[in-house]
Design a protein around this ligand. Structure first.
Ligand code: UD1
Length: 377
């Protein structure tokens, strides 16, 4: 019996990256056996289970059920619970994706046990070490043995940090594989609003609608910052109705800071975190997306929808250079200016980056099979 490829997921942005990879590994001839492990970093129906169904992900064979905690507690707990799972299953390698705490925690355990680590979406850098994800990315890439990148700048970043070129493979963007595979299944935005008791008439505005997501600690954990951002969103909403999918952290902070009342339901539909197919429908039809998510910057580029990123930097520069993304930070003037430009039909159009063609997982699977056959050098 061949040792399995252990595929690790933990948090929402991991699921859409792993789904196409599992399919591609199964489609190899001969297929590579896989074992899906969920750390349980995200555990809610709408942060986790719904996405498994939407993406056609199989139930994980192992769920570590770590749940929430401080970064230290969460990372340590994943490590503690991952070790016996690794011992029990003796995989040929561990595949981790993205930059969440589960990514780094499982990497550290595996590499110290001599199990090769494969990192999908390697080499992205915001150059902002105040971001927990940046720490997770830098450290994972230092010790991973095979690194698959989504854009060419990633290899430069990795080589600058001393990662040997032979370990790096430019494979394209697996997230866009998921997007392409699911595009035709996207849910109707009106149904999505109706399902949550919001008025679908909001979507009938002449300008269309905008989609908002926000969950970065730097945007939502400080009351003054969050209040200021809500103020700008309210100004945008005067001209373009907004659909705001609230991450649990953001909702909790809005309630804690007494800011819920600042959101006018006549101009803004407030929804819980959405499933993948709901979000796809909302974004694909939107005039504009405002977000601090990493994934949405890429998805809007693939969909050709203008995106205003509420951050000072991005680890995905190709979305700005070639795609539809504009970095606006929390600058009120910049946000209003770019929103107005978009509404006037002068939003960024962009083009599809190289190898964001829906075939990235197939390239990774083929390379991985060869690499394992060569003894994971
Ligand atoms: C994590 C990732 C972030 C990613 C985001 C997507 C890290 C460091 N951060 O951030 O990169 O963009 O996921 O959502 O790994 N919670 C729930 N239900 C859940 C999960 C979380 O209510 O299923 C709440 C809890 O109050 C928890 C908080 O959300 O404390 C934050 O969750 P956590 O996993 O720590 O980080 P995210 O902010 O979700």
């Amino acid at each position: 019996m061949t040792a399995p490829v252990m595929c690790v997921v933990g948090a929402r942005p991991n699921f859409m990256k792993m789904a196409p990879l599992l399919r591609a590994l199964a489609a190899l001839d001969p297929p590579l056996p896989t074992l899906l492990l969920h750390t349980g970093q995200h555990y809610d129906q709408d942060m986790s289970h719904q996405l498994f169904d939407d993406l056609g992900l199989p139930r994980p064979e192992v769920n570590l059920e770590v749940g929430s905690g401080s970064h230290a507690v969460q990372t340590a707990e994943v490590m503690r619970r991952f070790e016996p799972a690794l011992d029990a299953h003796r995989p040929a390698c561990v595949v981790v994706v993205g930059d969440v705490n589960s990514t780094l925690a499982c990497t550290l355990v595996a590499v110290k046990k001599g199990v090769p680590v494969v990192h999908v979406e390697a080499g992205l850098r915001s150059f902002d070490r105040g971001m927990p994800e940046e720490i997770n990315r830098v450290l994972t890439d230092q010790v991973a043995q095979r690194l698959y990148t989504t854009e060419r700048s990633a290899a430069d970043n990795l080589q600058r940090e001393g990662v040997p070129a032979a370990r790096i493979c430019f494979a394209g963007n697996v997230m866009i594989d998921s997007l392409r595979a699911s595009r035709a299944l996207a849910r109707s935005p009106s149904d999505t609003l109706r399902a949550h008791g919001a008025d679908p008439a909001l979507l009938g505005h002449a300008a269309g609608w905008g989609v908002v997501t926000m969950h970065r600690p730097s945007n939502v954990d400080d009351p003054a910052t969050l209040a200021a951002l809500l103020g700008v969103l309210a100004e945008v909403a005067e001209r373009l109705p907004l659909v705001f999918a609230l991450h649990p952290r953001t909702r909790a902070n809005l309630e804690r800071f007494g800011l819920m009342g600042r959101l006018d339901p006549r101009r803004m539909a407030l929804l819980p975190p959405q499933g993948y197919l709901e979000m796809l429908g909302l974004m694909a039809g939107a005039a504009l997306v405002l977000t601090d998510s990493g994934g949405l910057q890429e998805e809007t580029t693939a969909l050709g929808v203008p995106c205003l990123t509420l951050r000072e930097n991005t680890e995905r520069p190709i979305t700005v250079e070639q795609g539809t993304n504009t970095l606006v930070g929390r600058d009120r003037q910049a946000i209003l200016h770019h929103a107005a430009e978009t509404l006037a039909g002068r939003g960024k159009r962009g083009r599809l980056p190289e190898l964001w063609d829906g075939q990235a997982a197939g390239r990774i699977a083929a390379d991985l099979a060869q690499w394992l056959a060569a003894g994971a050098p």
